[in-house]
Design a protein around this ligand. Structure first.
Ligand code: NDP
Length: 242
């Protein structure tokens, strides 16, 4: 059986990606950090598509948790493969750089960048052996253009963009593609506190995006149809120039 793992699949963009991959016929592994109820809601949506799935609790920023969960899974799924990985888990801890707390810097980097590292390194080894794989990293407009008040988040996402380009080149010959999707303002819990009426004026389309507008491109990049695209960053931001 072919599986896709979506980190941070319990809510928001990750949930929409889980549903999209289920529609494409993938069994979905729905990772989450703490929100078990939300993860189970995503699982129910995946099952509505007639597809099997599992919730998988681990903190992407903790190497031991990542490897323990994935090793356990492989021990119980000797015939199955994870051929799609979506590194979606991410947090924002916004604030002015000059007074930024150490923990706000490290938590954001640990989740987006180190989470990418631990999860992708583990699964890339498996994909290299199978000579096929799709890795998609959810980055951000902030990682492309930089965003005042988000130096930590911009740094984390820009780092993942660099890693996407480098890893894409490193493993291209084994038929594994590595791409990034950079959303702008998308309606999720992460953006719920933002002044949408003000910020949407900055968007040429004059609105925030929906999670499905991100998951569609992720689905394409995860498909065999995207076989000659790697190391690329695709913006989904309503026309904000980057
Ligand atoms: P949400 O805050 O709605 O959801 C975050 C998800 O990440 C949850 O599933 C959460 O799990 C999970 N998560 C957080 N930390 C960890 C961790 N350490 N280990 C495992 N899972 C974790 O976020 P969005 O859906 O808005 O964002 C998804 C991705 O898209 C993020 O990488 C974000 O940076 C990026 N993005 C979002 C934009 C937006 O406008 N919304 C714009 C640009 C980029 P749990 O439910 O257990 O807490």
């Amino acid at each position: 059986m072919k599986y896709a793992l979506v980190t941070g699949g319990s809510r928001g963009i990750g949930r929409a990606i889980c549903v999209k991959l289920a529609e494409m016929g993938y069994n979905v592994l729905i990772n989450y950090q703490s929100n078990e109820n939300a993860a189970n809601e995503t699982l129910a949506l995946v099952k509505e598509k007639g597809i099997d799935g599992e919730t998988m609790k681990f903190d992407v920023s903790k190497q031991d948790e990542v490897e323990k969960a994935l090793n356990n899974w492989y021990e119980n799924h000797t015939e199955d493969i994870i051929e799609v990985l979506v590194n979606n888990a991410g947090i924002a801890r916004d604030g002015l750089f000059a007074i930024m707390k150490n923990e706000d810097w490290h938590d954001v980097l640990n989740t987006s960048l180190h989470g990418f590292f631990y999860t992708t390194r583990f699964l890339a080894q498996k994909m290299l052996r199978k000579r096929y794989g799709r890795i998609i990293n959810i980055v951000s407009l902030s990682g492309l253009k930089g965003q005042a008040g988000q130096v930590n988040y911009s740094a984390a996402k820009a780092a993942v963009i660099g890693a996407t380009k480098a890893l894409g080149q490193e493993i291209a010959k084994r038929n594994i593609t590595v791409n990034a999707v950079a959303p702008g303002f998308i309606k999720t819990d992460m953006t719920a506190e933002l002044p949408e009426d003000e910020l949407k004026k900055l968007v040429p389309m004059q609105r925030f995006g929906e999670v499905e507008e991100v998951s569609e491109i992720v689905g394409f990049l995860a498909s065999e149809k995207a076989s000659y695209i790697t190391g690329e960053v695709i913006s989904v931001n309503g026309g904000i120039y980057t």
